[in-house]
Every structure is written in C-alpha cells, then in structure tokens.
Design a protein. Structure first.
Length: 196
C-alpha cells in the first residue's frame, strides 16, 4: 500500500492467496512445528542451510507487485513427502522456505518504492518480526537510499493492536460515528484501498 496519510491509501500489490504469515504458519505445520508457526519455522531455519532444497520464488519476475505463496507451500509439501525428513532436512527445508518468502517480499517492496519514488517503507504484521526479512529489507532499501520502519517486536504479533491504532488515529482526526448512534459499519473483508 502507498499511504499518503490516514485515510489516503493506494493498493499497489497484494497476496493472491496466502499472506506471508499464513504461508509461514501452514509450512510450519507441514514440518511438524507448533502454532504460531512463523517464529518456530524461523528458529528452525537458523540451524538449516538454504539452497539444499530448490524451492520456487513465486511471481518474483511477474512484472507486478502482487505475490502468491500457495505454490511454495505445495513445493514444501512435495519435498517433505519425498522422503522421511531428519531434523537436519527439516531445518534445511525451513531455511530455504524462509529465503524464498523473504526474497520475494523484499523484491516486491523495493520495486514498489522504486515505482512510486518512495524512500520510506513501513512494515506491519506478524511476519515483520522475522529477522531474515528485516535483514533483506534493510539491505535492499539501503541500496536505493531508503529506510525501513518496523513496529516493536512485541507489536508484530497482534493485528488487533494495529487496527486499534489506526482507529485511534482516525478518531484524532475527528472521524466519529454518526451523532447519537455510537454505531459503525463492520466489514470483515474491507479492502483498505476503499477506506477513505
């Protein structure tokens, strides 16, 4: 999203299926890790060697800013079913999965910044806690003279906190429910670009 100010959003690219955090959680489950899977998979990946398994980088060269991780998840499932995995195999598979996801996310984020001539990138959501993603984003944005901003790690796991903060910012701007009603519309799948 390009965010000019509170209430002024432009959708640049989006997940066509699984979000990155969801892909981490589902892949962790395939590898026999607990929930939430993102932190467990990242920890396991630290002991693995990326490159041993060859996983795809979905939509890396698609020419747009959207992404898709369902095929990557399927590739992990195929590799996991090919043979009984040892702990070292699981670690290598986790490391390669993490490399694939972070490579795609970093490439798409930097491409968005280049296209829109932006020098600031704000990362939100649970996957923002991933150390490898932070390393890749910091390095990639530094190459184009940009900077990345992250929430504190303890805030990366709670989307509710991010939604509440956004609501508080709108209230500070004077956006209130209709007088006397105290009501507001609830839309569980409200596209951010439609919020004005």
């Amino acid at each position: 999203m390009r965010v000019a100010r509170v209430g002024d959003y432009e959708l640049l690219g989006e997940s066509l299926d699984d979000a990155a955090g969801e892909a981490f959680d589902k892949t962790a489950k395939l590898l026999g890790l607990g929930y939430p899977g993102g932190p467990a998979l990242a920890k396991l990946a630290e002991t693995g060697t990326p490159g041993r398994y060859k996983l795809p980088r979905p939509m890396l060269n698609s020419g747009d800013l959207s992404f898709s991780f369902s095929g990557l998840k399927t590739a992990v499932l195929t590799a996991a079913r090919a043979a009984e995995l040892t702990e070292a195999d699981r670690a290598d598979l986790a490391a390669e999965f993490q490399e694939a996801v972070t490579e795609v996310l970093a490439a798409k984020a930097v491409a968005a910044c280049r296209q829109r001539r932006l020098s600031s990138l704000v990362v939100a959501g649970g996957v923002g806690a991933n150390r490898r993603l932070r390393q890749r984003l910091d390095a990639a944005m530094a190459k184009i003279g940009g900077r990345v901003f992250y929430p504190e790690l303890e805030l990366c796991t709670d989307n509710g906190a991010m939604i509440a903060f956004c609501g508080s910012q709108r209230l500070l701007q004077g956006e209130l429910p209709a007088p006397g009603t105290g009501a507001f519309a609830v839309r569980p799948r409200w596209p951010l670009a439609e919020i004005s």
